[in-house]
Design a protein around this ligand. Structure first.
Ligand SMILES: Nc1ncnc2c1ncn2[C@@H]1O[C@H](COP(=O)(O)OP(=O)(O)O)[C@@H](O)[C@H]1O
Ligand SMILES: [Mg+2]
Length: 244
């Protein structure tokens, strides 16, 4: 991926969520992982990268081109990418298959037949064919999150944004979802992931970014950032979260 952020500021009322944030991520990075304390700005940054919100100041560049912040440019940008957030956000009154098909038809202008084929492919990729006609309430949390991932990748997104995709799951389901994400990274899918799963971050990331207090504290290859963090903030955080 080739992404550059220049002096990004984002406020929510009095909260300064991102503070003149600069970031450069260039090829051969395929998997970028965001870590850091809660409230540090990870989700805000993901929403800006996905074009779901606009910054109050600064520019985002994709492949060296500034992403204009008018509604029609943002809409096009959103359609190129796939999203998955912490809570599953499946429609409870629709089957797994219908959940995957809906955005293909309503957002991506596919015919019912095309949507059916794409959805079947995506569901099969995550071993969900046998669950396609079940409603979310009939699926485990891990299966629901697999359906949400199938929905996000059915459009073959350029960039897949995963915001704490396992934080609502128990350990076994977390392992199940991490395996799915790992298989996506191996297939070459470009991913930006925020997570508190440090072992996983280290295993799959090409680049890790540590965000705290709306700023990037440290960025680097996982072996450097996890083994020899430079800043006290990162050292303290890792000591705390990797202690047990
Ligand atoms: N929609 C929102 N409305 C008000 N405050 C928000 C909103 N989203 C995020 N914030 C605030 O912005 C800061 C960054 O939050 P967030 O990006 O969610 O961090 P993280 O994902 O790292 O936990 C926090 O102080 C949070 O309370
Ligand atoms: Mg968050």
């Amino acid at each position: 991926m080739n992404i550059e952020l220049r002096q990004i500021c984002k406020y929510y009322g009095d909260t300064h969520a991102l503070r003149e944030l600069d970031l450069i991520v260039s090829n051969p990075t395929n998997v970028l992982v965001l870590i850091g304390p809660s409230g540090g700005g990870k989700s805000t940054l993901m929403r800006l990268l996905g074009g779901l919100e606009s910054p109050h100041a600064g520019n985002l560049l994709f492949d060296k081109k500034i992403l204009a912040q008018d509604e029609s440019t943002l809409l096009k940008h959103r359609r190129k990418n796939g999203y998955l957030f912490q809570s599953f956000n499946l429609f409870p009154h629709m089957t797994a298959r219908e959940n995957v098909e809906l955005p293909l038809i309503q957002v991506h202008d596919k015919s019912a037949e095309q949507a059916h084929t794409l959805a079947a492919e995506a569901l099969a990729q995550f071993q969900l064919t046998g669950h396609a006609d079940k409603y979310p309430a009939q699926l485990s949390g891990g299966q629901q999150q697999r359906v949400a991932i199938a929905r996000a990748i059915a459009i073959k997104p350029r960039l897949l944004l995963l915001d704490e995709p396992t934080s609502a799951l128990d350990p076994e389901m977390t392992a199940e979802i991490l395996a799915v994400i790992e298989s996506l990274t191996q297939s070459g899918q470009q991913i930006i992931l925020s997570t508190h799963e440090m072992g996983f971050a280290r295993a799959v990331a090409d680049q890790v970014v540590f965000l705290a207090d709306g700023k990037i504290v440290e960025q680097g290859a996982p072996c450097n950032l996890f083994n020899q963090p430079e800043s006290k903030t990162v050292q303290n955080f890792l000591n705390k979260v990797m202690r047990y």
